[in-house]
Design a protein around this ligand. Structure first.
Ligand SMILES: C[S@@+](CC[C@H](N)C(=O)[O-])C[C@H]1O[C@@H](n2cnc3c(N)ncnc32)[C@H](O)[C@@H]1O
Length: 249
């Protein structure tokens, strides 16, 4: 997906983005805990959340940090970040930051989060090496992303396209090492359960950017396929996420 298409997708999704996840404060709480445990944020720390979206996780980080700079390429997503003196918003792409075309309000950061954004970036190694100098000595960069194979209850063509497009977390760890960071890759899973109708509506809303690659007719055919595979009232699956933690010397 190129930059303009990605921005259009998130601009369209912005107003309803949190509804997709708000049903599950348990998931948000679990994920926030996974992030905090790895980033080891303390109350003096400056954090940056790059590709922060609506700030679902920046809000949790801000409860532990001195300030969180929230960066996103979509102004509509950023407009959903709640106002708060410890949340500073910057409209910019990760590429612009990495290349120094846009400066952040602080020169160096103790912690940097990139959650489910790097699959939108073409040259991930260049972005990682461009962001690394923004870390203080001992600073942590955490990339949270899906693995190359997911067990989401999507239709077969969507799962296939996902596997073709999704970058390998091991490659992100390599890119961090290439940028001079010490890198560690771990995986964690969370049990998900949705009412079937609600999940189908999320698919219809194209809650994953991947689903924007399918037109309305293809999506409806895909939804019928999901419904055939899941005739019950609920859909349960395991959501596994990769956590790639890079630490500066
Ligand atoms: C899947 S959402 C994740 C949002 C948030 N990190 C979360 O986990 O809720 C991806 C976000 O990345 C943003 N994005 C996409 N490409 C970007 C880029 N090249 N630079 C910065 N942000 C980007 C989108 O606008 C969107 O808000």
């Amino acid at each position: 997906m190129n930059g303009d298409v990605t921005r259009d997708h998130y601009d369209r999704l912005a107003a309803t983005y949190d509804e997709n996840w708000a049903f599950s404060p348990d998931f948000i709480g679990w994920m926030t805990g996974c992030i905090l445990q790895r980033l080891q944020i303390t109350s003096d720390d400056l954090a940056a959340d790059i590709g922060c979206g609506t700030g679902l996780y920046a809000r949790g980080l801000a409860q532990h940090a001195a300030a969180v700079t929230c960066v996103d390429a979509s102004a509509a997503m950023l407009a959903q970040v709640p106002a708060g003196e410890r949340l500073i918003t910057v409209t910019a792409s990760a590429e612009d930051l990495a290349a120094g075309r846009v400066a952040l309000p602080h020169e160096r950061y103790d912690a940097m989060l990139l959650k489910e954004v790097l699959h939108h970036v073409d040259d991930r190694a260049e972005v990682i090496s461009g962001l690394t100098p923004l870390l203080r000595p001992g600073g942590r960069m955490l990339v949270v992303m899906l693995p190359t194979r997911i067990s989401y209850p999507l239709f077969a063509d969507a799962l296939k396209l996902f596997s073709q497009r999704q970058p390998d977390p091991a490659g992100i760890a390599e890119a961090m090492r290439g940028a001079g960071l010490r890198a560690e890759l771990t995986y964690e899973s969370f049990p998900m359960i949705f009412e079937t109708e609600r999940y189908l509506q999320m698919v219809r809303n194209r809650y994953m950017s991947l689903l924007s690659s399918f037109d309305d007719a293809q999506l409806e055919a895909g939804i019928a396929e999901i419904r055939r595979a899941h005739p019950g009232e609920t859909i349960a699956f395991s959501d596994t996420l990769a956590f790639v933690l890079g630490t500066a010397a």
